[in-house]
Design a protein around this ligand. Structure first.
Ligand SMILES: Cc1ncc(COP(=O)(O)O)c(C=O)c1O
Length: 312
C-alpha cells in the first residue's frame, strides 16, 4: 500500500484500486495452485485483520480511489463450494467494512480458477453452472445483508484458452529398461511445459501419425532437460512408438507458452494458429542466436582469449 501510494504521488495519478484479500479458503487443488489460504504469499488476510488496516489506509489516502475487493483462491478447481466459501467470507468482510467505515464497494472480483480437463479423470464443472451458482449465492448473501449489489467480476484464464492448445513433439530416443519402464524422449519438456515438474500435472497424449493404431505399449514421456524431474507424462498407453513419430499433448493452451523458459538455454518453440483447415505461424521459433544475444564477454577476457589463441 505504501509503495502504491508513493508511486501514485510520483506519477501524479489517482489509481482506482481493488484490494487483494486472502479469504482463508483452501481449495482442493495442488498446494502450489492454492492462493486463498491464510498461509499464502498472495493477498491481505481477512482473518488476521491486515485487510481491514489496508482498507483504512486506502480510504484515508487522497492518492487512491478504492473501487472494491478482489480474491483469487487458486487454480484447477473442480468444485463450486470453495468459491461459495470465499463469497461468504468476502461478503461478511464487506458488511464489516461498511458498518465500521461507511464504505460501500462498487466491485467484487472473485478471480478465476475454473478447472479444465487435462485427462480423463478431471471432471470440470460446466462454466455456465459455476458462474450462475456463484452469481446466485453472491446475490443471496448480499441481499440478506441489505448490501447494494456491487459489480461482480470473474477472471477466467485457463478455462478460456487451455483446451485450445496442443503441443507437438518429435519422438527421439526410446529407452526400455526390461521389467521396469520404457522412456520415450521428446524434443521439449519442462522448458515448454513446466506444469508437470511444478505441480505434478497429469496430461494425455497420442502419436498423431498413428491415431488409428491400437494402444499396445505403455511409455513414460521424458523431456530433454538435464533433470530427472523433467517428465511430461507417466505411464501413457500409446501405439508402438518409433523415433520421428509426432507426440501430440492436449490441453496446453494455457500456462505453457506463457510459462515457457530458456531452461538449459533451450530456445522456445514456435506457435501455429490452426482453424478451419488454415494454419499460420503466430510466434516464430526462437533461435540460439536470440537466446545468447544479451550475453557479453568482458573486454579483459577477450584480450586473454586472443592472447591464448596467438600463443597456440
Ligand atoms: C489474480 C488472478 N486472476 C485470475 C487468474 C486466472 O486463473 P485461471 O487461469 O486458473 O482461471 C490468475 C491466475 O494465476 C490470477 O492470479
Amino acid at each position: 500500500m505504501e509503495t502504491l501510494i508513493q508511486l501514485a504521488m510520483e506519477t501524479r495519478t489517482r489509481p482506482r484500486v481493488l484490494l487483494r484479500l486472502t479469504p482463508g479458503i483452501e481449495a482442493h487443488t495442488h498446494t502450489y495452485d492454492q492462493t486463498g489460504q491464510e498461509d499464502s504469499k498472495f493477498g491481505m488476510g481477512v482473518r488476521a485483520g491486515v485487510a481491514f488496516e489496508a482498507v483504512k489506509m486506502a480510504l484515508a489516502s487522497p492518492q487512491l480511489k478504492l473501487a472494491g475487493f478482489h480474491s483469487h483462491i487458486g487454480s484447477q478447481i473442480f468444485e463450486v463450494a470453495p468459491f461459495k466459501a470465499a463469497v461468504e467470507v468476502l461478503t461478511t468482510f464487506l458488511d464489516e467494512v461498511r458498518s465500521q467505515t461507511g464504505y460501500v464497494a462498487s466491485i467484487l472480483d472473485l478471480g478465476g480458477g475454473f478447472g479444465i480437463a487435462y485427462n480423463k479423470t478431471d471432471q470440470p464443472v460446466p462454466l455456465r453452472e459455476i458462474v450462475s451458482e456463484i452469481g446466485r449465492y453472491t446475490r443471496e448473501r448480499l441481499s440478506a445483508l441489505q448490501y447494494p449489489l456491487p459489480r461482480l467480476v470473474l477472471e477466467p484464464g485457463r478455462s478460456i484458452v487451455g483446451a485450445a492448445g496442443t503441443t507437438l513433439y518429435t519422438v527421439g530416443n526410446i529407452k526400455t529398461i526390461p521389467g521396469i519402464r520404457t522412456y520415450l524422449s521428446v524434443d521439449g519438456g519442462m522448458a515448454d511445459n513446466p506444469r508437470v515438474a511444478l505441480y505434478q500435472a497429469v496430461y494425455e497424449g497420442v502419436l498423431a501419425n498413428k491415431m488409428n493404431e491400437p494402444l499396445t505399449e505403455v511409455v513414460t514421456v521424458t523431456g530433454k532437460c538435464c533433470e530427472s524431474g523433467d517428465m511430461l507424462i507417466w505411464d501413457l498407453p500409446i501405439a508402438p512408438p518409433e523415433p520421428g513419430d509426432i507426440l501430440a499433448v492436449f490441453g496446453t493452451g494455457a500456462y505453457n507458452y506463457s510459462m515457457a523458459s530458456n531452461y538449459n538455454r533451450l530456445p522456445r518453440p514456435a506457435v501455429v494458429l490452426v482453424a478451419d483447415g488454415e494454419a499460420e505461424l503466430i510466434v516464430e521459433r526462437e533461435t540460439y542466436a536470440q537466446v545468447v544475444q544479451n550475453d557479453l564477454i568482458p573486454e579483459r577476457l577477450r584480450i586473454k582469449m586472443a592472447e591464448e589463441r596467438i600463443a597456440k
